[in-house]
Design a protein. Structure first.
Length: 185
């Protein structure tokens, strides 16, 4: 059995509209069934390939804070798959064999480049460790917290620490991470 076969799930789910101010909610989301999420290799951010109504995609799932995941559906994929908010569609997902390198936020990249010792350790970590470092930073709710996390990350990395400490990437224990709230229409 291949890695993809072991993580493959098919399910039906409704496309939900996030509760965001008017003009900001052009995208939709789907809450994965617990059984589909349980087949994935981790409760934190996980990249999957899949399809919705036969339309292929590759995306990073986000943790929902309930030991499962949610899937963001951008407007291009919504249109291509013929999705309307509230309608149920057929989904297939499977975890990718190798997690792709995450995009490094500009502020973190600048801080790493300004701290050569941290950059060396950053480059020596695993892709999953870098995903977790970035997730810890981008989940900060305030700019001052994000800036502090970047400074702390550079200090920890410069001291040789390869994994972010005390961060629950699933959001289950800290409740800092969750799926979007559904808009009540």
């Amino acid at each position: 059995m291949t890695h993809e076969d072991a993580t493959l799930s098919s399910f039906e789910a409704a496309l939900l509209r996030p509760a965001l101010p008017a003009g900001e909610a052009h995208w939709g989301f789907v809450l994965l069934p617990k059984a589909a999420s349980a087949k994935l290799p981790r409760r934190g951010r996980t990249t999957v390939t899949g399809s919705v109504n036969g339309q292929p995609f590759q995306v990073m799932l986000e943790p929902d804070g309930q030991k499962s995941h949610w899937l963001r559906i951008d407007p291009t994929l919504q249109d291509a798959a013929g999705l309307q908010f509230g309608e149920t569609a057929h989904y297939q997902i499977a975890a990718v064999e190798q997690e792709p390198e995450p995009e490094i936020p500009t502020d973190l990249q600048s801080a790493l480049e300004a701290t050569p010792e941290a950059l060396v350790v950053w480059r020596g970590t695993t892709t999953i460790a870098r995903v977790d470092w970035i997730h810890w930073i981008v989940t900060a709710k305030q700019a001052s917290t994000r800036a502090k996390r970047i400074r702390d990350a550079c200090e920890m990395l410069a001291s040789g620490k390869q994994r972010v400490c005390c961060f629950d990437p699933s959001g289950f224990y800290s409740k800092a991470i969750s799926a979007p709230k559904q808009r009540a229409d």
